[in-house]
Design a protein around this ligand. Sequence first.
Ligand code: UD1
Ligand code: UDP
Length: 377
Amino acid sequence: MLDATKRRKIVCVFGTRPEAIKMVPVVMALREVENFDVEILATGQHLEMLDQPLQYFKLTADLNLHIMKQAQSLDYITSSVLTGAGEYFDKVKPDAVLVHGDTTTTFAASLAAFYRKIKIGHVEAGLRSGNMYLPYPEEMNRVLCDRIVNWAFAPTESAKENLVAEGSKAEITVTGNTVIDALYYAVDHTSKPEIFAKLPDGAPFVLVTAHRRESWGEPLENICSALTELLDRHPELWMVVPMHKNPAVREVIRKHLEKRPQVILCDPLNYPDFVWTMNAAKFLMSDSGGVQEETSAIRKPLLILRDVTERPEAVEHGSGILVGVDRERILLNALRIMEDCSFAEAIRKKCDDQPFGDGTASKKIAKSLEEYFRTHE
Ligand code: UD1
Ligand code: UDP
């Protein structure tokens, strides 16, 4: 006889900025389920960039492994998360572990859970670029993770199809992306950040972010060169660049853009400030995954600074334009947005659906787990 009131311990693991933003709504939804005890294990793969969303959403990790060190290697992240998460699971003995997305925290924590035969749920499962080095190492992280999970929470139908095509044995639920849940929450709490004091109200600006490992070095140099050329051609344009904390990224961006009077280089923005900035920008350029989903939801043109995307919905939907890391291609598309009013307007008009969900993804995940534990020992 099943005991419907039996308490279940669910550990949510995350370590980087995007995982935190996208897992906070899941933690909140799980905490609404009466017989769930929900814990957060932060790996601390990121430091300041993880603390920012945790503080904003007023959540505290039950344990933070604090693994981050400067210029950390993939081997180092993998081994420290594997060991640290494993020790934590041995101590708290969860009924289920939830991981998110495609970082090395995701892969290593799911492996630690697998070694202990703990059930694993993968939030944002099934994304595939089809190229194991793009993005690197994220494509392989998510492939490996999806191979060992019990529940795959796919954000879109096409993510589900990817899993089915691979012969996934996981129970697959299409939920929407939890970033939309976070976005809808934050959008009501935004105002112009104080650090933008010098940005004149109403001035056109482009918002730029870049951090991917495969873009370090020459690709990032090409991106920055396209940015300076764009500024030369459009003296009325401002540029806001919240720089990832990685010195390898910051040095290149600083070298190209620091002396430009209409460029605002800043530290990573707090999530609601970033949401305000996305909304106020004329358009965006980014190699980020999460930003592709968010710009689709807010209907902003985004030049995707990557050769391939695992989020084809953003391109099909019309807000995302895949421009790669080629200087001329980036410039050409940016100039088109600047100079052809009908182009940006057409993007806005085309985007009448919400490919990444309606803001209820986390509730669907919680409901699905509640249902599972109601019917299983
Ligand atoms: C990581 C993820 C990537 C994700 C990105 C989100 C891996 C291998 N990469 O990449 O999938 O898209 O996070 O931003 O999992 N640093 C700080 N403070 C911070 C964060 C980073 O100083 O709060 C610096 C450190 O020097 C660190 C370096 O950035 O060694 C790189 O961090 P790391 O997590 O290894 O890679 P990301 O590029 O952030
Ligand atoms: N973001 C933020 N502040 C910033 C830049 C980005 O809060 O200064 C948010 C953004 O809205 C999105 C997430 O961080 O939700 C994306 O993280 P990132 O680009 O680091 O990682 P990715 O999504 O590429 O894995």
